[in-house]
Design a binder for this molecule. Structure first.
Ligand SMILES: *[C@@H]1O[C@H](CO)[C@@H](O)[C@H](O)[C@H]1NC(C)=O
Ligand SMILES: *[C@@H]1O[C@H](CO)[C@@H](O)[C@H](O)[C@H]1NC(C)=O
Ligand SMILES: *[C@@H]1O[C@H](CO)[C@@H](O)[C@H](O)[C@H]1NC(C)=O
Ligand SMILES: *[C@@H]1O[C@H](CO)[C@@H](O)[C@H](O)[C@H]1NC(C)=O
Ligand SMILES: *[C@@H]1O[C@H](CO)[C@@H](O)[C@H](O)[C@H]1NC(C)=O
Length: 412
C-alpha cells in the first residue's frame, strides 16, 4: 500500500518540480524539443539522436537558442561514418546555436553574415575556433551555414524552412545538410565510469564516503541516479568528524535520510549553481510533501546551501562532468525534518530529534531570521512521514531522475 502510494507520489512530483529552481531570467516558454520534432516525421532520426546523446535535455533547459534540424536523408551520410555516440554528440552540438535565429533575422543579417557559437564551442572539447558556425545571407535570399573550421572542400548547408519559432527562446529551422568539422568528429574518450565513493574518498570526503558504504541501500541509490543526472554535496572530513556524535544519535532511517539529503537528482554544474537561486529537492525528498529540500543561494562566486538549520558553503569541486557533479561543502547538511531549528543563534547545537516517533518540532519557538519564501512552512511536520523510507525514497528518485530536464527548466 505504502509502496503504491509512493509510486503515485513520485509521479505527482513531476509537475511540482517544474519550477523548483526559479530562473534569474524569467523563461517565457517551457518546451520539449522531442515533442516538437515528433510532429515532423522527416526529422525522426535527428530527433532520436538528440535523445540518445542526452542533448534533448540540454536544449530544453536552455533559452535563446536555435536548433538546426536535419531530415532523415541528410542524416544518413553522417550515420554511415559510424562515429561513437560521444563524437556524434559533438557533431550534433554544432547544430545547437547559442542565439535566437528566426527566419526573418536570418534573412536580415547585418552585413550579410554572422558568426554564431554552438553548444560544441561551449563544451570545452572544441579547440580554437571550432564550434563556431558562419552564417551567410546571400544576395538572392539564400542563407547558408558552415562550421568555421569545416575543412577544405566542405560545402555549406542551406536554410530550407522554419520549423518552429518561439521568440526569443527557441527557434527550430531546417537546413539541408549536416554541419561538421574534423574537430567535432574527432574521437572522444568515453566518459570513465564514475565510482562516487572512490572518488570522494580520494578527494577530501573519505568520512562521508565511508558512511555511504556502510549503508548499501543508500550507496546504491546514489549510484543508480548518476546516469539520469546527480549533484552531490559531500561534507569534508572535518565536518563529518564534528558531526559524528549527532549522526550516531539518529535512527537507522534518520541516518539514511541524512545521507540521501546530500544528493540532488539533477545535474547542476557549478556555473548553473552560481547563476541561480532556489529550492532543490534531494534523494531524501518524499514526492508528496516535497520535504528534505534546501535553498541554493549564490553571492557572486560563493554558493551556499541553506537548510534552515545550517548554511553550508561549497568549497571545492571533486567532479563536474555532465551528468554528475560532486562538490565539497564545509558542513553536514542538517534537514529541519531531523533537527530542531535553534531557538536563537547563540544556543548550543540542536539535538537530533528521534524520527521514529511523531513529534511537533520547534512549534512555537522562534525561527532564526530567514527570508520569507514559498518554502517557508510551519515546522510542525510529522517526523515519521518525513524520514524517507528506503523504498519510498527510491521510487521518488526514479521518477525525479526521469524528469531531471523538466526540473531544470529555466536554469539558464
Ligand atoms: C518530451 O516529449 C517526449 C515525446 O512526447 C516524451 O516522451 C518525453 O517524456 C518528454 N520529456 C519531458 C522532459 O517531458
Ligand atoms: C568563417 O568566417 C570567417 C570570418 O568571419 C572566415 O575567416 C572563415 O574562413 C569562414 N569559414 C568558413 C569555413 O567559411
Ligand atoms: C566502487 O569501487 C569499490 C572498490 O574500490 C567497489 O567495492 C564498489 O563496488 C564500486 N562501486 C561501483 C558502483 O562500481
Ligand atoms: C543524543 O541524544 C541524547 C538524548 O536525546 C541527547 O541528550 C544528546 O545531547 C544527543 N547528543 C548529541 C551529540 O546531539
Ligand atoms: C520544503 O520542505 C518543506 C517541508 O519541510 C515543505 O513544506 C516545502 O513545501 C518544501 N519546499 C519546496 C520548495 O519544495
Amino acid at each position: 500500500m505504502r509502496r503504491l502510494w509512493d509510486i503515485l507520489a513520485g509521479v505527482g512530483v513531476l509537475v511540482v518540480l517544474a519550477g523548483s529552481i526559479p530562473a534569474t531570467r524569467a523563461a517565457t516558454h517551457t518546451y520539449n524539443i522531442t515533442k516538437i520534432l515528433a510532429d515532423h516525421p522527416e526529422f525522426s532520426t535527428f530527433n532520436h539522436y538528440l535523445s540518445a546523446t542526452r542533448l534533448a535535455g540540454e536544449i530544453n533547459r536552455r533559452r535563446t537558442i536555435t536548433v538546426l534540424a536535419i531530415d532523415n536523408s541528410a542524416m544518413a551520410p553522417l550515420l554511415a561514418k559510424h562515429l561513437t555516440l560521444e563524437s556524434l554528440r559533438n557533431v550534433l552540438r554544432l547544430h545547437i546555436l547559442a542565439d535566437y535565429y528566426g527566419a526573418k533575422k536570418l534573412h536580415q543579417l547585418t552585413g550579410g553574415s554572422a558568426v554564431a557559437s554552438s553548444m560544441f564551442q561551449a563544451t570545452g572539447d572544441a579547440p580554437g575556433t571550432s564550434g563556431y558556425v558562419n552564417i551567410t545571407d546571400h544576395r538572392a535570399g539564400k542563407v547558408t551555414f558552415i562550421a568555421q573550421d569545416a575543412g577544405d572542400g566542405a560545402a555549406p548547408a542551406s536554410f530550407v524552412k522554419s520549423v518552429k519559432e518561439m521568440p526569443y527562446d527557441l527557434s527550430v529551422i531546417q537546413i539541408n545538410d549536416v554541419l561538421t568539422s574534423p574537430e567535432a568528429e574527432a574521437p572522444v574518450p568515453p566518459p570513465a565510469p564514475v565510482n562516487l565513493t572512490d572518488l570522494m574518498s580520494k578527494k577530501g570526503c573519505k568520512a562521508f564516503a565511508d558512511l555511504l558504504r556502510a549503508d548499501p541501500d543508500v550507496e546504491k541509490t546514489f549510484d543508480a541516479t548518476v546516469d539520469g543526472g546527480l549533484t552531490v554535496f559531500c561534507p569534508g572530513d572535518a565536518a563529518v568528524k564534528a558531526f559524528m556524535a549527532k549522526f550516531k544519535n539518529l535512527t537507522t532511517d534518520g541516518k539514511a535520510s541524512l545521507l540521501l539529503y546530500h544528493g540532488v537528482p539533477v545535474y547542476y554544474s557549478i556555473q548553473m549553481l552560481k547563476s541561480n537561486n532556489g529550492a532543490v529537492n534531494t534523494l531524501a525528498t518524499d514526492g508528496t510533501s516535497k520535504n528534505f529540500n534546501y535553498t541554493v543561494q549564490n553571492d557572486g562566486e560563493v554558493v551556499t546551501l541553506k537548510t534552515k538549520i545550517v548554511t553550508a558553503t561549497i568549497k571545492s569541486t571533486i567532479i563536474d562532468q555532465d551528468p554528475v557533479a560532486v562538490f565539497v561543502v564545509d558542513k553536514v547538511l542538517e534537514p529541519r525534518e531531523l533537527f530542531k531549528i535553534a531557538a536563537d543563534v547563540s544556543a548550543p547545537a540542536p539535538a537530533p530529534v528521534p524520527v521514529a516517533k511523531k513529534h511537533k518540532a520547534a512549534k512555537g519557538t522562534a525561527s532564526p531570521p530567514a527570508p520569507a519564501g514559498p518554502e517557508e512552512a510551519p515546522a510542525d511536520e510529522k517526523a515519521s512521514d518525513n524520514a524517507a523510507g528506503r523504498n519510498g525514497g527510491r521510487w521518488v528518485v526514479a521518477a525525479v531522475a526521469t524528469v531531471a530536464t523538466v526540473a531544470a527548466v529555466g536554469i539558464y
